[in-house]
Design a protein around this ligand. Sequence first.
Ligand SMILES: [Zn+2]
Length: 265
Amino acid sequence: MAVKLEFLGTGNAFLPQGRYHSLLLVDESILIDCPPTALASLRRRELSPKHIKSILFTHWHGDHYFGIPFLILERKWISDRSGESDLSIHGPKGCRKRVSQLCETAYPGSMTDRLDSLEWNEEEKGVVGNSPKWQFERFKVEHDEEVDPHGYLLIHESGLQIMHTGDSGPCEAISSRVPQCDVVVIEMGVPDEVDVSMHFKPSTLDELARANPNTKFLVTHTWLDDPRSSKTPILSAELPSLSDNVIQVGDGDGFILDSDGLNPI
Ligand SMILES: [Zn+2]
């Protein structure tokens, strides 16, 4: 039993060269967050929005959820006009209100029917909606309190476990769960010289990875320009040297995780 992980976007809020906003696609049907570039990412991947069955929100910064009005509007008028494709939305308490207000601001009155037909789930753990092979646990992380920051533990029916840190600096909630995970999808939002506790940086990420050599770390939400981009870097396209169990991914990178481990597609 295999799990498919695809990075549709890997950049932080500032869109480094060659990267859309951070967006993970699991098993071709589950999205972690829905950034402003989500629809662009799905178009580039040639995956219709109607095939998305579940969206799991980590927190309420714009680069993590401002894409949801476009996704819902696209389903309504383009890919799912009959409204036959179920969509489940998971997020911290107040999720339905937050998302509905954003959609109403973007396109007043246009999505009321669709918002009512979605499956809303603000529970902290349970089965991922429309994706019964997956259980989830959502937990608080270290980020701006104003935006109710969380990470997710995703548990596949095969027993494989994946963590998505959301946006967070180092914290007990993450470090205590890493040892049980096969893969950790982790943010690296800022370089070492930026003095903030709300993001991982190369030094803190490397420390966590070295302490957990049996877990693979996939680095996303990075400030670094993609070295594969031919454009002039905005900040830097030189990836830092990190522990052997760390992969710094780029847009379009995909992996299969099964009992043999993690392998690129
Ligand atoms: Zn954030």
